[in-house]
Design a protein around this ligand. Structure first.
Ligand code: FHN
Length: 442
């Protein structure tokens, strides 16, 4: 066969494309976080507590964010929902103020969930809140401005899984016949649609804390062009953290390892890998009741004590807690959530020194409680221990003093090579956590 110019182009072009994508991959595979990114990781670990918000047009039906899938709705049926979404009571200032009153240092909100509906003003598609709802406004813009004003970071949750866009094809584990054609261009979906929307989120909303990805688990073996997408994010905002909820070991280019409904290393919910990195900050997300998106029939609110323990145990496991609420379709956050969040904030106002800016350990978490530390100071969080004496394994250095965090009353203790025995103060009625502050010698 004679190789003509056309043949040459046919052979050469794919090769060039391959080389180009290999170069992009190599770039992310050799990912060296920028100094801004490393600083943001430290700050993230210091912040410890964030508000997760699942809010979208699905809230109209009050049946969680999976209602499209769970009820096996057709595309033209679900398309009616935005017509009823008019959150006239949405008040960005009040949402941010509530997060701050809870002692939270950042907010992570669904910019779009698996229904693919953009809760922001997207020019990539009209499947968005400004174009399709009577509300016609961009709540993420208002939230971003308010977060910047009130000094709290804003992260965008972004679902890679899309139940609406025909180009999300071949479909994954959550496919049902909802009226989409049986063909589509996945590469266009990733490179044009998804990366296009991410570009919007990272350029039109000021400084963003990062992107919280979800949904890749729907097609675990697909090529998600992660290197390309991650490089885009790091290029647009080097300090923005990439937090992937893919339930797998961290990959190059990712900045935080996250765990769903479990502490790092645990997999009671069946979502997570038990591998825990010691290279990245950790985050565990959970719900305040049992649902992510607004569910009118879910009254399984966790008690304030349970929420405090969740936060304390997260900190003791060297992790942040991202605690979720699903606001109502009118934009209001129901009282059951607000009351509990404020109560946790009151606890943090008293005991925050033992949480913010700390790292987990030095002792391994146990049934009785956990430890956190900052410099030479160790905070012993006694959560479940009824006896007056608590025997602990040895600390890395000798304990030179022990006192209660709030009252600063001295706590008697003995120590030898086998460890330290604390003479605990009695717990007050309803007290979740007795925090004993130990100072270690040099
Ligand atoms: O399917 C989602 C779910 O709706 C929710 O967004 C949670 C939050 O971690 N993540 C998914 C499942 O992993």
């Amino acid at each position: 066969m004679r190789v003509t110019r056309n043949h040459f182009a046919i052979l050469l072009l794919p090769l060039l494309a391959l080389l180009l994508s290999a170069a992009v991959c190599a770039q992310e595979n050799n990912y060296k976080p920028s100094p801004e990114n490393l600083k943001a990781r430290q700050e993230f670990q210091d912040e410890k507590f964030g508000l997760f918000i699942h809010w979208g047009v699905y809230s109209v039906l009050g049946d969680g964010e999976w209602v499209f899938h769970n009820r096996k709705l057709k595309l033209d049926e679900y398309n009616r929902l935005p017509n009823f979404f008019d959150p006239e009571k949405f008040d960005a200032k009040a949402w941010v103020a509530l997060a701050k009153a809870a002692g939270m240092k950042y907010i992570t909100i669904t910019s779009r969930h698996h229904d693919g509906f953009a809760m922001f003003d997207s020019k990539i598609s009209d499947w968005n809140i400004v174009a399709r709802t009577p509300y016609k406004k961009d709540p993420l813009k208002m939230l971003a401005e308010e977060c910047h004003r009130q000094g709290i970071k804003l992260f965008f949750y972004y679902s890679q899984l899309d139940w609406h866009n025909p180009d999300y094809y071949p479909r994954g584990q959550t496919s049902w016949d909802n009226g989409r054609p049986d063909h589509g261009d996945f590469n266009a979906y990733l490179d044009d649609y998804m990366d296009g929307q991410l570009r919007e989120l990272l350029t039109n909303y000021g400084t963003i804390g990062g992107i919280w990805f979800d949904g890749m688990w729907d097609k675990p073996n697909a090529d998600w062009h992660l290197d390309k997408t991650y490089a885009l994010i790091h290029e647009l905002q080097p300090a923005a953290l990439i937090i992937p909820n893919h339930h797998q070991k961290p990959r190059p280019g990712e900045d935080v390892q996250t765990f769903e409904r479990d502490l790092p290393g645990q997999n009671s919910a069946g979502f997570n890998t038990t591998f825990v990195t010691d290279q990245l900050p950790l985050e565990s997300c959970n719900t305040l009741n049992g649902s992510w998106g607004f569910d009118i029939g879910d009254s399984k609110y966790k008690s304030v004590e349970e929420l405090e323990e969740m936060l304390i145990r997260a900190a003791g496991n060297n992790s942040n807690l991202l605690l979720n609420i699903g606001p109502q379709p009118n934009g209001e956050i129901q009282q059951e959530f607000a009351v509990r969040l404020r109560a946790v904030g009151e606890w943090l106002a008293r005991y925050g020194d033992s949480i913010y800016g700390t790292r987990g350990g030095p002792l391994a978490p146990a049934d009785w409680g956990v430890t956190t530390h900052k410099g030479n100071t160790v905070y012993v969080h006694v959560l479940h221990w009824n006896a007056p004496l608590l025997a602990l394994p040895p600390f890395p250095r000798a304990v030179t003093s022990a006192q209660e965090l709030e009252s600063r009353n001295k706590v008697a203790f003995t120590q030898n090579k086998d460890g330290v025995v604390l003479n605990l103060p009695a717990a007050a009625k309803g007290q979740t956590d007795r925090v004993i502050v130990l100072t270690l010698g040099n």
